[in-house]
Design a protein around this ligand. Structure first.
Ligand code: PLP
Length: 414
């Protein structure tokens, strides 16, 4: 008997994450014997530190096998609060923290709280694609705000403020940004916070999951350091990227007092609680030695320089230096190919997985996301393969076009 599906409309509005699709395709090619270098997926290629793994093993042996509180064990929430105070100088109440499995549930919770037909939610374009998917799912109207292409997709407060309307309920900010790796300047954040004084009903979800990962003299300013925004700020963070723990699924939201209870209710309704063993690992991550994090960032920095320099030598490509996260986002317009064409053909023909820029929004067309959370050897081999492919497939006049694009962009970026 054929089953007739009669589902809620919203379920058909969910989208997937391109990096997961490309990862599955890459695995399939590998299983057929093809060599594939994956610079598509955004996860550190480091192992979780030994002291964190040990803390999880100890928790298992010590018998932490039962339910934990829905909002997370108090020791972890206190460790998160202490970490935020240490890094951002902001005092937070551990009772306003809700521990969840990874970064994503905090996004979903915020959409469930603010999104409904008739409401508007602003999000960055290009930006992590799960946001537009979840806004669509909530049936709110998605309002993309562009990041400045000419300046490595820098965040501009004016672009956000000019799109606010009486229907706006929530603004999403990703800082440091995925896919571009840009870090919002303090002056733009100041401007945003001042501009929002006139819109007391608008809340902000600040995704700072890459907050620790910045380079050179660029530093990350957390929106939680603005006392005047605290009652309307949701801060999203977690262990996935900083502590190389993507598979453990541990994240949290720091909620304003008015929303904490809703977030806890969503947690108890959706998953009950986060695995306590993982929560003990999270405490060890936050309060234990941080030298592995520093080493990881130093390694990313070296790879970042190698990748950006090499990309700029490839025909038809130009790449700004990203200042945070672990992504480079080169402009590929002068190759004459679209983002998806290069994504698909490089995977099939060169054995290199990267992500088309337009999977992060319309502003990303003409760009590709490279993750440098992969070994230097992998990055260098991937670039050798791409160079060969480009020399076979891109005409020499492209070189001239490419340097022209680079010069034009550099002159427009203040
Ligand atoms: N936020 C951003 C900006 C991300 O790039 C990602 C993952 O790539 C997440 C959140 C999700 O993190 P998690 O894997 O912990 O759910």
């Amino acid at each position: 008997m054929d089953v007739e599906l009669n589902l809620a409309k919203s379920i058909s509005l969910l989208r997937t994450e391109k990096a997961f699709e490309v990862m599955a395709k890459a695995k399939e090619l590998v299983s057929r014997g093809q060599s594939v270098i994956n610079l598509g997926i955004g996860q550190p290629d480091f192992k979780t530190s030994h002291h964190i793994v040990e803390a999880a093993c100890k928790a298992l042996i010590d018998g932490y096998h039962a339910y934990a509180p829905a909002n997370g064990i108090i020791e972890l929430r206190e460790a998160i609060s202490a970490d935020v105070e240490l890094r951002c100088g902001a005092k937070t109440d551990p009772n306003h923290i809700v521990v969840v499995p990874g970064g994503r549930p905090t996004m979903a919770f915020a959409m469930l709280m603010f999104g409904e037909p008739g409401s508007e939610i602003l999000y960055p374009d290009p930006g992590y694609s799960i946001y537009s998917s979840l806004i669509g799912f909530s049936r709110a109207t998605p309002i993309p705000y562009p990041l400045d292409q000419k300046c490595n997709f820098a965040f501009s407060a004016d672009e956000v403020l000019s799109r606010l309307s009486p229907r706006t309920r929530l603004i999403i900010l990703i800082n440091p940004a995925n896919p571009s790796g840009s870090v919002a300047s303090k002056s733009e954040l100041d401007k945003l916070v001042i501009g929002l004084e006139k819109y007391p009903n608008v809340f902000v979800l600040s995704d700072e999951i890459y907050g620790r990962i910045t380079y050179g003299n660029v530093s990350h300013t957390s929106l939680i350091s603005y006392e005047e925004l605290r009652e309307r700020l949701i801060l999203l963070d977690g262990c996935s990227k900083t502590y190389a723990m993507t598979g453990w699924r541990l994240g949290w939201g720091i909620w304003p007092a008015s929303l904490e209870q809703y977030a806890s209710y969503l947690a108890v309704n959706f998953f009950g609680c986060v695995n306590p063993v993982v929560q003990y690992a999270g405490i060890a991550a936050l309060v234990g030695p941080q030298d592995a994090v520093d080493r990881m960032i130093t390694t990313f920095d070296k790879r970042r320089k190698i990748l950006v320099q090499s990309l700029n030598r490839l025909p038809g490509m130009s790449c700004h230096e990203p200042s945070g996260a672990f992504y480079a986002f080169p402009n590929i317009r002068a190759t004459g190919f679209s983002s998806v064409e290069l994504q698909d053909r490089w995977l099939e023909e060169a054995g290199v997985a990267i992500i088309a820029g337009n999977s992060f929004g319309n502003q990303g067309e003409g760009y590709l996301r490279f993750s440098y959370a992969s070994s230097t050897e992998n990055i260098q081999e991937a670039l050798r393969r791409l160079e060969k492919w480009l020399h076979r497939n891109v005409s020499s006049k492209t070189d001239k076009q490419s340097s022209q694009i680079l010069t034009e962009e550099a002159s427009q970026c203040l």
